[in-house]
Design a protein around this ligand. Structure first.
Ligand code: SAH
Ligand code: SF4
Ligand code: F3S
Length: 439
């Protein structure tokens, strides 16, 4: 028997790429590849890339520059680029970096095995189609090996919203939902393999409409069905769009105990003028009213969001409106980014805000967000929470996991097992985690 070949995958970008990397590794398993965590040891290196901001895309080219040197010493090494940069730039990647053997887009990676065959013949392979067929139907069944207790599961892909700054509608294509029956099958399968928590993924996951046994199923319907799966203790979903938060989904937050009290609901800006220019089709006020309704359904929910500062035409007053919205919502987590021009998007043609001004705004916003994050963490001290134990910590007797609010928690003096949901009391708060003891 020949020794298996080794595949190293480096994943950039969002959780959907994390899920895709898993599926690509599984697909390559059929070609005789096993995964390695050491790039130097690999026969094939695949970069699963992100195109969301200029920096993310440029990182890929500097990594490819390093890999080219590795290939100089190891001529049989194959280098592939997958993900959103692959989709956006296609052939251009091979022109810019001739060491690349393979380029595959996020909707065509079920064709990786056939592409790998081409590499064996000494050819290169490129596929950035948006194929008619559903890639999930063409991927082999997932292996049955035991796995970690928290897993991602992609249920929806693509985006029809066309925010003026964003590349996702171009790199991932139109909104498509996987059939509910398939999602439920995959979830049951994951549970059999030791999974206790599933995060449903989609670029606009709450726009989900999938075919079920009895017709169309919404995200709320899917969550209610998943809640019935024996052994599945926790459900989350991300990323959602404010305009797709329907009444049933809001109600589910109050009614489905398995649905965790944490919600990532990006708003991007607190200024109606900027929201309009961003093509967000909601206002700051409608977003705040929406959060009120969500909090009425689930009062302890921890909110999370995304912000862009320095969007073209953003004035001091627009930025202050964003700060005001953040003060009103008080996020438990929030991610803020400086606007990055993406070629081909509508906003790319517009004049930029002075970069120094944008940097200052970003710093101020991040300071406010950090302050709130710390306050929300502090408010957990003394409270009883449940933690899904994911692994052992570095110190003896320490176990690590996530609370229902998605806070990272260290449990001290613990005899809890991986996969167990432990009832603990929070005793302290560090910068990015909470400390706890068993109740
Ligand atoms: N589908 C998700 C988010 C996708 S991208 C949603 O609609 O919420 C993740 C985040 O990256 C976005 O929420 C936005 O805050 C940020 N982002 C997207 N394009 C960007 C750009 N051109 N410059 C800076 N940040 C950007
Ligand atoms: Fe991008 Fe807007 Fe779609 Fe989110 S909703 S993926 S920000 S276009
Ligand atoms: Fe990046 Fe593509 Fe995700 S651009 S954020 S990897 S959808």
């Amino acid at each position: 028997m020949t020794a298996p070949k080794k595949l190293f995958i480096k994943t950039y970008g969002c959780q959907m790429n994390v899920y895709d990397s898993e599926r690509m590794a599984e697909a390559m398993g059929g070609q005789g590849y096993v995964e390695t965590s050491d790039a130097a040891d690999a026969d094939m290196i695949l970069l699963n890339t992100c195109h969301i901001r200029e920096k993310a895309a440029e990182k890929v080219y500097s990594e490819l520059g390093r890999l080219k040197k590795l290939k100089a010493d190891k001529p049989d090494l194959k280098i592939g680029v997958a993900g959103c940069v692959a989709q956006a730039e296609g052939e251009e990647i091979m022109r810019r970096q001739p060491a690349v053997d393979l380029v595959v887009g996020p909707q065509s990676y079920h064709r990786l095995p056939a592409m790998e065959e081409r590499l064996r013949e000494g050819k290169t392979a490129l596929d950035t189609d948006f194929p008619e067929e559903d890639k999930f139907e063409h991927l082999k069944a997932r292996p049955k090996a035991k796995r970690a207790p928290a897993a991602f599961l992609t249920v929806q892909e693509g985006c029809d919203k066309f925010c003026a700054f964003c590349v996702v509608p171009y790199t991932r294509g139109a909104e498509v939902s996987r059939p509910a029956t398939r999602v439920l099958d995959e979830a049951r399968d994951l549970v059999e393999r030791g999974v206790r928590e599933i995060t449903l993924l989609g670029q606009n996951v709450n726009a989900y409409h999938g075919q079920g046994d009895k017709g169309d199923v919404t995200l709320a319907g899917l969550i209610r069905e998943l809640a019935k799966v024996d052994g599945l203790e926790r459900i989350r979903y991300t990323t959602s769009h404010p305009n797709d938060m329907d009444d049933d989904l809001i109600a589910a937050h109050g009614e489905v105990p398995e649905l965790m009290p944490y919600l990532h609901l990006p708003v991007q800006s607190g200024s109606d003028h900027i929201l309009k220019r961003m093509n967000r089709s909601h206002t700051a006020e409608s977003y705040l009213r929406l959060i009120e309704r969500i909090r009425a359904a689930r009062p302890d929910i921890v909110m999370s969001g995304d912000f862009i500062v320095g969007f073209p035409e953003e004035t001091d007053a627009d930025f202050e409106a964003t700060m005001e919205l953040v003060r009103e919502v008080k996020y438990g987590y929030a991610y803020s980014f400086k606007y990055s021009t993406r070629p081909g998007t509508p906003a790319a043609e517009r004049p930029l805000v002075d970069p120094q001004v944008a940097d200052d705004r970003l710093q101020r916003l991040q300071a406010l967000i950090t302050q709130h994050q710390q306050e929300v963490q502090q408010s957990m001290i003394g409270r009883e929470v449940s933690v899904l134990v994911e692994r052992a910590g570095r110190e003896a007797g320490q176990m690590l996991g996530k609370s229902e609010y998605l806070h990272a928690v260290h449990i001290e003096a613990s005899d809890a097992q991986v996969g167990e949901i432990a009832k603990v009391r929070i005793v302290d708060s560090k910068t990015n985690s909470l400390g706890a003891r068993h109740c």
